[in-house]
Design a protein around this ligand. Structure first.
Ligand code: SF4
Ligand code: SF4
Length: 421
């Protein structure tokens, strides 16, 4: 169910949170002018069965405007402003923003608390953090240590939403769930009151996420989802919502691919007919889906925040029928673009075909230099070496047979190794 401020006040559920509204509006009007005139109303959705109501627009604190060696003021101001505009879900983690994100979010929360001091019923807000096998948190004690570090940086005595971070596949998940492993550490932390809800973030396939969801061990999930890759997680998102889990999405603009290729995507999304910017269209596509609890946006400028908030005006643009139409139309229209649906994930040599094809999209949309930059970044940061992967190919063509877009994957492999890298 989606509630705007007024709807929310009318419900019985409003009793726990609704009282903050009148008092909230006062500081807002002092700090940001007439919020109701300046900005559309924030929308809040229940985060699964946690009893927490969270803003549909969430703040992803991984692209804060902090420069190494610089000050934190601009980032703190942006986070505080977001809160003043009704955002109450702040996603952070160790390592983000030169490992400063948690500390900056902590400073922002301190400022929010200071400003709320004389507000009788301030807007409740929530923050996250994460631990991952990929950053060495492989045992229960590692996770407990990581949580203690995060709490110090955040300046809080608990973390409302704690992620088992960056599950890449089911092996990774098994590692998280093993005896004396990360999940057990998170459970202990929960028993000690250090965290409230254990959730997961994932880059695994949609099918793998379905399996994780069906195990009923998490209260929510965070997955990448946008107009370029929605087929990948559609089923998992709907299943998670059916199960009463919170569903948080990240990467709404496909890592900048959408605004950087606005004309290309505007052409394909023109059926929306709203006059929205392409960024707003892409966000409304996500936010308009009732199964999605929070759409995280990694904002680094005040303009991003303002544009994102205005998108809330357009939520009703995409009805369920229009969404289905848009999805099927969009799929039909995509000629040569990999939709990252992962149906090609059948390779006997374990070559991550969909990841290679996803990056090949960059070549189609932005040219060779961008493709090389992305491929080199993956090699350096995620140990994904395209040339080495492609060398393993035994040309069985199973991936091509399964490709929903009928892409010439092997031709592209050839082009990548001989001309692009
Ligand atoms: S053709 Fe190559 S990449 Fe495709 S499934 Fe067969 S071995 Fe894997
Ligand atoms: S290569 Fe084809 S099957 Fe694989 S993810 Fe891309 S579109 Fe889907």
């Amino acid at each position: 169910m989606t509630l705007n401020r007024r709807d929310f006040l009318k419900t019985g559920a409003a009793t726990s949170i609704g009282l903050w509204l009148d008092t909230l509006l006062k500081p807002l009007s002092l700090l940001a002018g007439d919020i109701d005139r300046a900005f559309p109303q924030m929308v809040y959705r229940p985060y699964g069965q946690t009893g927490k109501e969270v803003s549909l627009l969430g703040f992803g604190a991984m692209r804060l405007p902090f420069e190494k060696g610089g000050g934190t003021g601009e980032s703190v101001a942006l986070l505080v402003k977001a809160y003043e505009m009704g955002v109450n879900y702040f996603d952070t983690a160790p390592k983000y923003v030169f490992d400063k994100s948690e500390e900056i979010v902590g400073l922002a929360m301190k400022e929010i608390d200071r400003r709320n001091k004389n507000v009788r019923h301030p807007l409740p807000y929530y923050w996250t953090s994460k631990s991952g096998v990929g950053i060495g948190d492989t045992k229960a004690d590692d996770v407990l240590r990581r949580i203690e570090e995060s709490l110090k940086r955040l300046g809080k005595d608990k973390i409302p939403f704690y992620h088992m971070w960056c599950l890449m596949d089911l092996n990774h998940y098994t590692e998280v769930m093993k005896k004396d492993g990360p999940y057990e550490g998170a459970l202990k932390a929960k028993e000690q009151g250090l965290i409230e809800h254990i959730v997961f973030s994932s880059h695994a396939t949609g099918e793998e996420n379905l399996q994780i969801i069906n195990d009923d061990v998490f209260e929510g999930m965070l997955v990448g989802y946008n107009v370029t890759n929605f087929p990948r997680q559609d089923k998992a998102i709907r299943r998670a919502a059916e199960k009463g889990m919170g569903v948080v999405t990240m990467n709404p603009l496909a890592g900048g691919l959408i605004p950087q290729n606005a004309e290309y995507f505007a052409e394909r999304l023109k059926s929306s007919g709203t006059g929205m910017t392409i960024v707003q269209t892409a966000l409304a596509f996500i936010m308009g889906q009732p199964e999605i609890t929070v759409a995280l946006s990694g904002m680094s400028k005040m303009e991003h925040l303002e544009e994102n908030i205005k998108t809330l005006n357009f939520l009703k643009v995409f009805t369920e029928t229009q969404l289905a139409e848009l999805k099927s139309k969009y799929l039909q229209d995509l000629d040569g673009i990999c939709t990252t649906c992962q149906y090609c994930d059948v390779c006997p040599e374990d070559i991550p075909v969909y990841r290679i094809m996803e990056v090949y999209n960059t070549f189609i949309l932005k040219g060779k230099a961008e493709f090389q930059g992305y491929a080199n970044w993956l090699k350096e940061h995620q140990e994904l070496d395209f040339k080495a992967e492609i060398e393993k190919c035994i040309q069985c063509k199973l991936c091509e047979k399964n490709c929903t877009q009928h892409l010439n994957i092997l031709e592209r492999f050839d082009e990548i190794t001989t001309k692009l890298l």
